[in-house]
Design a protein around this ligand. Structure first.
Ligand code: ZN
Ligand code: ZN
Length: 337
């Protein structure tokens, strides 16, 4: 089988032939049908302080069970599943707090979605509701991050939200803010072409830094947003978010900027800003995301701008790194030639 392998920062991914993995006890073999390219796939394979360990990568995936290992009763061959990025051992202190990203057991997950087949512990596979496509299924993972962020922020009904950026994390915040019955949701982005999708996900207004009058944004914000979600991830954006938020408001940092960001503590103090840095989601939030799409009839696959095969992935990742890729969410179909 073929898979994309990361060898180290500064080296483009290579597509390699690997032996077909065999599911061990408690594991399932999944044929990957879709795997999303995450912002972290770009930043954590580049010249940054935090990078992935060398090996297979790709953590936003959905597919079909081909074979179940011994002791797996609930998931049979043919079952369509969406997969968790971090797989809980279920027994450690980190797992008991609900978010498997803090599991203390030797790391499992975060990798393998950019390959034709992958084995994962059965606990990492969630049966996909009938109404969701594999494209929708591969978006459960990134969309669950927005749910977790707004839970952590304790977003109140009626709260006004400013979203900085219009990438997939921003769209996740818009979707959940709307579902949490937020008040006004304003999106501010450089990417004017994402206006339509932002509105489709539930935004009330879209301000383009590139095309619109700067004064427009002030008029859209009224007394200042109760919550600002920083979803751009460039140096300087956290300071911008603090500047926009109302006194005693909340800033949620989701851009995972890997540059040092100077923030003046006094400025946060004068506004008594709450600054949050959410990561990932709980297993329950992952399942809740799938249920929400199913119940709402929402097909997040509308965010997918490109579906590519494995051979195109290294080039696309480099284009995204250089800022020359215009698409929104890129999905890899590893079986596609
Ligand atoms: Zn991701
Ligand atoms: Zn654990």
């Amino acid at each position: 089988m073929r898979a994309a392998i990361f060898h180290g920062p500064g080296t483009p991914l290579t597509i390699e032939d690997r032996p077909l993995p065999v599911p061990g006890a408690g594991e399932v073999l999944v044929k990957v049908c879709r795997c999303g390219v995450c912002g972290s796939d770009v930043s954590m394979t580049g010249d940054a302080p935090f990078t992935f360990a060398p090996g297979p990568i790709g953590h936003e995936f959905a597919g079909e069970i081909v074979e179940a290992g011994s002791g797996v009763a609930a998931l049979k061959a043919g079952r369509r599943v969406a997969c968790l990025a971090s797989i809980p051992c279920g027994a450690c202190a980190g797992c008991r707090n609900g978010n498997p990203v803090f599991c203390l057991a030797p790391r499992r997950g975060i990798g393998g979605g950019f390959g034709e087949y992958v084995t994962i512990p059965a606990a990492g596979a969630l049966a996909l509701p009938e109404s969701l496509s594999f494209g929708d299924g591969a978006l459960i993972e990134p969309m669950a991050c927005g749910l977790h962020a707004l839970r952590l922020a304790r977003l109140d009904p009626g709260a006004h939200v400013l979203v900085l950026g219009a990438g997939s994390m921003a769209l996740s915040i818009i979707y959940w803010a709307r579902r949490f019955r937020a008040g006004r949701i304003v999106v501010a982005s450089r990417s004017a072409h994402r206006r339509e999708i932002a509105m489709a996900m539930g935004a009330d207004a879209f301000h383009s830094f590139a095309d619109d009058d700067p004064a427009d944004l002030a008029s859209l914000l009224g007394d200042g947003p109760d919550l600002v979600a920083e979803c751009v991830g460039k140096a300087g954006m956290l300071g911008e978010a603090v500047r926009y938020v109302r006194p005693q408001g909340t800033v949620v940092s989701l851009g995972m900027c890997q540059k040092t960001e100077p923030v003046m503590p006094a400025m946060l103090t004068f506004k008594e800003v709450r600054l949050l840095f959410p990561v990932a989601y709980s297993v329950e939030e992952f399942a809740e995301t799938a249920r929400a799409f199913d119940a709402d009839g929402v097909h997040p696959e509308m965010m997918v701008s490109d579906v590519i095969g494995l051979d195109a992935l290294p080039r696309v990742l480099e284009d995204m790194r250089n800022g020359t890729h215009a698409g929104l969410k890129v999905h890899v179909d590893p079986g596609r030639r």
